[in-house]
Ligand binder design. Structure first.
Ligand code: GLY
Length: 343
């Protein structure tokens, strides 16, 4: 990792698809330099933030407004964006810039992956969740009525710019939502992350993700670690019709992962309790919502992409976290039944 004057830089080394992630206050102002390095002559800047928060890319550009939120992360949005790129005369040598939360970086990323069979994209994630996880690693997708992230592509950006100035503009709930992905880092190799200042937590999370993506870009092994707390987390998002935000659901899923790991004899009671205290320390929820049905959660967890057959979870253990498949339904049901309920 390099520490320059006003920002830290993490390099994601993927051969000819390598790129840098910059983290720091005001780092969005380095966008023109990063755009210049792409060799593009024109840009489209798709932004879910007000004009004053959207940096000028330094070359002729078209500004397109976007909206954050799962409701807008659709195939229709991708088509609208690609048609606007075509109308503006964007060529395969030009660049698209996304500026917004993870739903915006995902949708714009997929549009860039598809337009002219792939054009360059630079992400400016503005939510904490997008800065610490969603914008890094090249996963892009949109939702279908049948499920979340069902249509997507791996498309690595040319650069990611995590300007921490954006975080001061977030509502409390959105900021706390981002903590969900930070809390789970403590259990996947960033021990003590919660004790660092926030900008260092962002950098540490990005650096851990960069290492994992460099080792397993296409999510065939090690990248499963990033899904710590996500098996139950994704089920909770769906079961609550997205009333629970992603990071909140992952937080509850992380507490559950600690309980399940203890039930399976992988960790002791103190480590199980550490899951709850780390999550609670961020002000995140730790209890199952009062109104969700356990059998529905189990049915949804069976659909999880990590489960080839049966139920699969990333669980802590003596040698750290790892994917555990074919976990018995009884163990999962018992653990769910014992989870405190609230909220
Ligand atoms: N957010 C999980 C991953 O990028 O693999």
């Amino acid at each position: 990792m390099q520490i320059k004057n006003a920002y830290r830089q993490i390099d994601v080394g993927l051969g000819e698809r390598s790129y840098c992630v910059r983290v720091g206050a005001g780092v969005r102002h380095s966008l023109p330099e990063l755009v210049a390095a792409t060799g593009a002559r024109k840009a489209v800047v798709v932004s879910a933030r007000p004009e004053e928060w959207t940096p000028d890319p330094g070359i002729p550009f078209l500004a397109l407004p976007a909206r954050d939120g799962e409701r807008h992360k659709t195939w229709d949005t991708v088509i609208e964006l690609c048609r606007a790129f075509a109308d503006f005369g964007l060529t395969r040598h030009d660049v698209v810039v996304s500026c917004g939360g993870g739903t915006t970086t995902d949708t714009v990323g997929l549009s860039a992956a598809l337009f002219h069979r792939g054009i360059q994209v630079i992400h400016l994630p503005t939510s904490l969740l997008a800065q610490v996880d969603a914008s890094i690693g090249g996963k892009t997708a949109v939702n279908l009525p049948e499920g979340k992230n069902l249509v997507g592509a791996y498309w690595q950006p040319r650069a990611v710019v995590c300007d921490t100035d954006y975080l001061g503009t977030l509502p409390d709930r959105e900021r706390i939502n981002g903590y969900g992905e930070l809390a789970r880092c403590h259990f996947i190799g960033v021990d003590g992350i919660h004790r660092l200042p926030l900008d260092e937590q962002i950098t540490a999370s990005v650096a851990r993700k960069a290492d994992i993506v460099m080792a397993d870009e296409r999510d065939t092994g090690l990248r499963h670690l990033l899904n710590y707390g996500h098996t139950l987390g994704h089920a909770l998002e769906t079961a609550t019709d997205f009333r629970l935000r992603h990071g909140e659901a992952v937080a509850i899923g992380t507490v559950f992962a600690g309980r399940l790991a203890e039930t399976l004899g992988r960790i002791g009671a103190a480590r199980r309790e550490e899951h709850r205290t780390v999550v609670a320390g961020y002000g995140l929820p730790t209890m199952l919502p009062a109104d969700v049905d356990e059998s529905r959660l189990i049915a949804l967890m069976r659909l999880d992409k990590k489960a080839t057959s049966g139920l699969g979870f990333v669980l802590d253990g003596t040698h750290g976290a790892e994917l555990v498949t074919d976990v018995s339904e009884k163990a999962v049901a018992d653990c769910l039944a014992r989870m405190p309920r609230g909220q």
